[in-house]
Design a protein around this ligand. Structure first.
Ligand SMILES: Cc1ncc(COP(=O)(O)O)c(C=O)c1O
Length: 426
């Protein structure tokens, strides 16, 4: 075969590409995860707490989803679906959103995409002009990439462990004048923490008051993008709250994002949705159509029938939450034992999602100064693969890491904690 790769070097590629393409970054989390996979393939004993994904060996997609998808394939449901999604799926999800979260946008306000990402991208495109302010708490998942894609102005709001790494109403109020879009994610990736009703209500009030003033001034309002892809995954005693449940007035300014990627542990199947006031839906439908970013028709059919039966969804969710909880318990027990032995390890109690904010404050113990040094030591010595909060935008070298339990068993966790304990004791 002729080798044609030689004619284009990086410099020439950069000359050909747009500014936006040249500035595009690869996900830091995915590159860490790729390194870890290579080490495991090399035969190293590594516990992969890295990816926000589910190993099918640990967490399984509902059987009904597989069966109904296969049935729809067998019935040759292989032509283009409507750009917003098939009516049955939109109707099921509209009913689910209303029943579980009080989000009443009707069938017209539900738009399907191939996962949460296309609808997330669409949500930003709906409101942001170049240079508009996009505000988000830090640490958080991937927002900085979307700032770049939209040529927006980033407004990162640094959070702390004292506030469970969630931005507060007071912090948001300080920058509200610059914000066009505020994105909130609860339960939060990477911290595993959730907004309470009181916290969310205070944030909504800041937005409502600002929008009253903007309406009078004739300027565009602040829009809230609420990413709740982990909404069904909550720890015992914790309730997921949607903004409209504590502040009905926020409904007109809110776009909600959800997906089966996390709630049905179906990251590879690719189905997500947006719930938006119906009057704003047409440009979203057009954008999803232009991108061709709709889920496959058989999967839409399966989701339509699964979500039509709320008891089926709830029973799956409760089983899934038990699995997550048992892993969190093993993790916390292991970390508690390590801490009790005098090592500088702590965590923020988990409230939702599949993540634990964990602090390996090992700077003194290891004689190092960066999270990256600690990450490498954890990987190379006890064989524990974690992601530093820098990958989520928190730049400080404070020893905070994300631990994800989606791809590990209780036994894997127990073994990894024993290895960590003995590595720290030497
Ligand atoms: C907070 C959050 N939102 C959205 C997504 C994207 O979900 P999807 O895989 O459905 O595109 C993720 C994936 O990790 C996430 O953590």
């Amino acid at each position: 075969m002729t080798d044609r790769s030689g004619t284009m070097d990086a410099e020439k590629a950069s000359w050909c590409l747009s500014e936006m393409a040249n500035g595009m970054e690869r996900s830091r989390i995915l590159s860490i995860a790729a390194d870890v996979r290579a080490m495991i393939a090399d035969g190293r004993e590594i516990t992969a707490f890295t990816v926000g994904d589910f190993s099918p060996a640990q967490f399984s997609v509902p059987d009904e989803i597989i069966e109904e998808t296969n049935k729809a394939f067998a019935q040759r449901e292989t032509n283009y679906p409507p750009a917003a999604g098939i009516l049955e799926a939109r109707a099921s999800l509209a009913e689910w959103m209303s029943h579980r979260y009080g989000v009443d946008v009707g069938v017209e306000g539900i738009i399907l995409g191939s996962g949460a990402r296309p609808v997330l991208y669409a949500a930003f495109r709906l409101f942001l002009e170049p240079g508009d302010g996009l505000a988000y708490g830090v640490p958080a998942w991937n927002n900085h990439y979307y700032v770049h894609l939209n040529d927006a102005k980033k407004i990162p709001i640094n959070t702390s462990a004292e506030n469970r790494f969630l931005p507060t109403a007071k912090q948001i109020a300080e920058v509200i004048g610059d914000i066009r879009v505020l994105i909130l994610n609860s339960p939060l990736n990477p911290t595993g923490t959730c907004f309470s009703s009181t916290e969310l209500q205070a944030i909504c009030e800041v937005i409502i008051n600002e929008n009253k003033m903007r309406k009078q001034a004739g300027s565009k309002p602040v829009m809230l993008v609420f990413d709740q892809v982990y909404s069904t995954m909550t720890s015992p005693g914790v309730e997921h709250i949607h903004p409209v449940q504590c502040c009905p007035e926020i409904a007109d300014y809110t776009v909600t994002l959800d997906a089966i990627s996390k709630s049905l542990t179906a990251t590879g199947l690719r189905l997500g949705w947006m719930a938006i006031p119906a009057a704003m839906a047409p440009p979203v439908i057009a954008l999803i159509g232009h991108m061709g970013a709709w889920p496959t028709r058989p999967l839409q059919t399966a989701v339509a029938s699964f979500y039509a039966d709320h008891s089926k969804v709830e029973s799956y969710v409760s089983q899934l939450n038990q699995g997550i909880h048992s892993r969190m318990e093993a993790l916390m027990e292991g970390l508690d034992n390590i801490q009790a032995a005098g090592h500088a390890v702590q965590y923020v109690p988990p409230q939702g999602g599949i993540y634990l904010s964990t602090r390996f404050n090992l700077f003194e113990h290891l004689g190092v100064s960066t999270n990256e040094h600690i990450r490498q030591w954890l990987l190379q010595v006890p064989g524990i693969a974690v992601v530093p909060f820098q990958a989520f935008g928190l730049e400080e070298e404070s020893g905070w890491f994300r631990i994800s339990v989606g791809a590990v068993s209780v036994e894997d966790i127990e073994n990894s904690m024993q290895r960590l304990f003995s590595a720290l004791s030497h």
